[in-house]
Design a protein around this ligand. Structure first.
Ligand code: GLC
Length: 425
């Protein structure tokens, strides 16, 4: 029964609610994560509208002076996670990490804004958040696109939200491991190590953190200083969709200059994405800015652009590509093409399906009228939950639940999927 699923989702959101923010899941991820919070707010909105807004407000109350919104906010001490504040050493009043995550907040906020029952409260709260989100977007284009290409780079795999994607393997192999001291991972205490990134990847993750820390987290230096600089089409699609949503809200609130700047960014970014299109794979690819070459790796990062207003021809090709992938896996959408040798259906971002990405893809497909494939993504997502519970991610070949249990954003997405199937919420 789908109403049972909805009720279970409500329970999970309550279970992970810390009052003014949610944790992704207790144990494995005991703090506030950036894009988890933004997407989870959409779920919280079904239960308690003001609380949903608070989720995003809390995130932005930890924004840095330079405009960055960090990927983790360490609200309370908890030694169940590595690397904690003592590794990041960002010097913030409430400790945070020093890198960012996919900027999906403006998209989420617009969803809350459009659905608000209390329109007046929504206008007041949106008006207060708008300049903060705009400052974050400004930060991206100033610090992560110094040559003004229209697209931004990530400087750490964790920024992508797709931590150990096959996309990063080559670029990441250029990140050294020398000089990284001994450390004890905590993630593998909570979940099966076979589902997680490898030890060597963790050494490289930490090497980058130590490099950025040695530069005092000065964002005007980090892009150039990082041996890892990748332009991820999925990440940029999220940013561009958020710019478009910010522009719409700005128009509603009479902020026409902001609307114009944001729309100009969308136009420039979408045009720049064309250079990422691969006729071989019929999808977009990542670009390794450190060596100036496209990365020959067909991942979900190259399908996610359908979330943004890409040209119709590209959206049609992605819809067709999803149908092809749908014949290869039992449950859409695999985070990597299963025909690639390194595909691993259980290892985090190297194959598994993640409901948050499914949601953004389904949203873009439905908006552009690709109803059939959108419906497949939605029904596969609901089916995964029905058989495996609210897991962190799923094996797309057989639906096995993987990673941590009781995931906040998984629950939030299920509420949205049920709404998309026309189920009562
Ligand atoms: C993992 C995921 C990332 C997510 C975080 C918290 O690091 O790769 O996308 O934000 O967990 O759920």
């Amino acid at each position: 029964m789908n109403s049972d699923l909805f009720d279970q989702a409500v329970d999970i959101l309550a279970r992970n609610d810390k009052g003014t923010y949610t944790v992704p899941t207790h144990g494995l991820y005991p703090f506030q994560w950036n894009w988890d919070s933004a997407l989870s707010a959409i779920g919280l909105n079904y239960i308690n509208e003001p609380r949903a807004w608070t989720e995003i407000e809390t995130l932005f109350s930890h924004q840095w002076e330079d405009g960055m919104v960090p990927h983790i906010i360490f609200h309370q001490e908890d030694d169940g996670y590595f690397p904690g504040p003592e590794v990041w050493q960002t010097g913030r009043p409430v400790p945070t990490s020093g890198i960012t995550q996919p900027p999906v907040a403006a998209f989420a906020l617009r969803r809350l804004f459009n659905r608000a029952k209390d329109k007046e409260a929504a206008r007041t709260r949106a008006a207060a958040l708008l300049p903060k989100i705009a400052a974050w977007h400004d930060w991206f284009f100033a610090n992560r696109d110094p040559e003004q290409t229209g697209l931004v780079a990530i400087i750490h795999p964790w920024e992508s939200g797709r931590d150990n994607s096959i996309d990063w393997d080559d670029a990441f192999s250029r990140v050294p491991t020398e000089g990284v001291g001994a450390f004890t991972r905590r993630d593998t205490l909570h979940t099966d190590p076979a589902h997680r990134p490898t030890q060597e990847q963790y050494q490289r993750y930490i090497w980058l953190v130590e490099r950025f820390r040695s530069l005092g987290w000065d964002n005007s230096k980090l892009h150039e200083a990082s041996p890892f600089r990748v332009v991820d089409p999925g990440f940029n699609a999220i940013l561009l969709r958020s710019c478009a949503d910010l522009a719409d809200m700005a128009d509603d609130l009479g902020e026409t200059a902001l609307a114009e700047t944001s729309r100009a960014r969308v136009a420039k970014g979408i045009a720049a994405l064309e250079a990422h299109w691969s006729d071989k794979y019929k999808q977009y690819l990542c670009y390794d800015r450190a060596i100036g070459a496209l990365i020959d790796s067909p991942s979900i990062g190259g399908l996610l652009p359908v979330f943004a207003p890409i040209p119709e021809e590209r959206a049609t090709a992605i819809a067709a590509r999803l149908e092809t992938l749908g014949n290869r896996v039992k449950y859409l959408v695999p985070s990597h093409d299963p025909d690639v040798e390194d595909f691993d259906g259980r290892r985090y971002w190297r194959g598994p399906a993640w409901l948050i990405v499914n949601y953004m893809i389904a949203d873009g497909l439905a908006r552009d009228g690709y109803d059939q494939v959108a419906a497949r993504v939605v029904s596969d997502s609901v089916e995964l939950i029905r058989i495996g519970g609210f897991a962190e991610y799923f094996d797309p070949m057989n639906g096995a639940p993987c990673g941590g249990p009781h995931f906040t954003w998984t629950a939030a997405m299920v509420m949205e999927f049920l709404k998309m199937t026309g189920e009562p919420a």
